[in-house]
Design a protein around this ligand. Structure first.
Ligand code: EPS
Length: 388
């Protein structure tokens, strides 16, 4: 069983994650993870905090001499901003709890619901953990998973397909991961359509000027996935449900669609299902991929395609109406430092959480305490697939 937990406050000393269940013998180094952490920090529309942070992973356990040991892997990413917050965020009794107090909940953030649930009078105690800063830990974890699926020749790539009302062109099939990542090289928004990207950047500039924020849609694609991952036999083993939950758990994601998604509901069945073909060397295949590579909660051998919608960030420089948690007086919501648009960052996080679910599904299918054992089982399964 592969599992992980993350811990850490946004302005605390560090974010930490513990992964358990990674096989031994996987080559892993900090540089590989740091590349993904840097991608998450980028994207046009990020705010001042990203100028302070320079996310780097430190291994505290589970890796020796550049290889996983099979023991729990502890990952740590320190917060550079801690230096500015150590007096306020200190775990000691003398912490300055009367400073930087937040009592005006931001609509759309976890502020009010979180304060009610945990009985906090200072919303800082909520926002420090609900903050999307936590996703740095998830990208680190997802990078470890990515290393595992790399070994099985499975590759995950994402692209931004909408920012606010601006949509990228959608007439390309993206048959290979190289084709997709090649088209994204040099993009500031992980967008494959340079003309649309210009309009997206304009839209972000306009939102910044008017004290507003923008959401959007990103697409995650997984290449090299064989048929047979996940299962139809029990609800919590359905891979489509697990992928949707993983993506939905990213801060500010409000919708997930697989393949044709919501559009499928409008069309007749004859236009939605992907017809089945067979060729001797190629085996079973489809000429369309409306199912997004998943049928009945099981991968069908086609590219896995999932879209996720991120709502606009709720922290606004022109704040909305709220009510003070303590006085109950009507007030404007608090103004916190914020990003204007973080959809490209969410896309990188999306790749990470999808890589994680794929790694879990691969281990469930083929098992293995060592990478060699897993690969051996994997190759046997691929051989079986060629003979079906
Ligand atoms: C966030 C608020 C901002 C973002 C943060 C998410 O942080 P701060 O309050 O320190 O300015 O920068 O995102 C990150 C720190 C990050 O690493 O992505 C929020 O309220 O969710």
């Amino acid at each position: 069983m592969l599992r992980y937990l993350t811990a850490g406050e946004s302005h605390g000393p560090a974010l930490t994650a513990i992964i358990e269940g990674m096989p031994s013998g996987i080559a892993l180094n900090a540089e590989y993870i740091n590349k993904q952490l840097a991608r998450r920090q980028g994207g046009y529309g990020r705010g001042a905090r990203m100028k302070i942070e320079n996310d780097q992973v430190h291994f505290l356990s589970g890796v020796r001499g550049g290889q996983t040991l099979g023991s729990p892997i502890t990952l740590q990413v320190t917060n550079e901003d801690w230096d500015n917050w150590s007096a306020v965020m200190s775990p000691e009794q003398g912490a300055r709890l009367d400073e930087r107090v937040v009592t005006r909940p931001r609509p759309g953030h976890a502020d009010l619901a979180g304060a009610i649930k945990y009985g906090h009078r200072d919303i800082r105690n909520v926002l420090e953990r609900s903050s999307a800063r936590e996703t740095a830990a998830r990208v680190a974890v997802g990078s470890v998973a990515r290393r595992l699926i790399d070994e099985l020749r499975i590759q995950v790539a994402g692209r931004v397909i909408r920012i606010g009302s601006v949509e990228a062109g959608s007439d390309i099939d993206w048959r290979s991961v190289e084709e997709l990542t090649g088209a994204l090289a040099g993009s500031q928004l992980l967008c494959s359509d340079p003309e649309a990207e210009k309009r997206m950047i304009n839209a972000i500039d306009q939102a910044r000027e008017s004290g507003d924020t923008l959401g959007g849609i990103f697409q995650i694609r997984v290449y090299g996935v064989p048929a047979g991952l996940g299962s139809y036999v029990q609800w919590d083993r359905k891979l489509d449900g697990r992928l949707a939950a993983a993506l939905m758990s990213i801060q500010a994601v409000k919708g997930v669609e697989i393949g044709l998604g919501f559009k499928a509901a409008r069309q007749a069945g004859s236009l939605v299902q992907d017809e089945i073909f067979y060729e001797h060397k190629r085996g079973f295949f489809r000429r369309t991929n409306n199912a997004g590579g998943l049928e009945g909660g099981v991968t069908n051998g086609e590219v896995v395609v999932i879209n996720a919608a991120m709502k606009p960030i709720p922290t606004l420089y022109q704040p909305l109406q709220s009510v003070d948690l303590i006085t109950k007086e009507p007030m404007s919501a608090s103004i916190e430092r914020s990003d204007i648009c973080a959809v490209p960052a969410a896309c990188v996080i999306g790749e990470a959480v999808v890589a994680w679910e794929l790694a879990r599904a691969c281990l469930e299918k083929c098992g293995g305490d060592t990478l060699a054992e897993l690969k051996d089982n994997w190759e046997k399964y691929l051989l079986y697939l060629r003979q079906v």
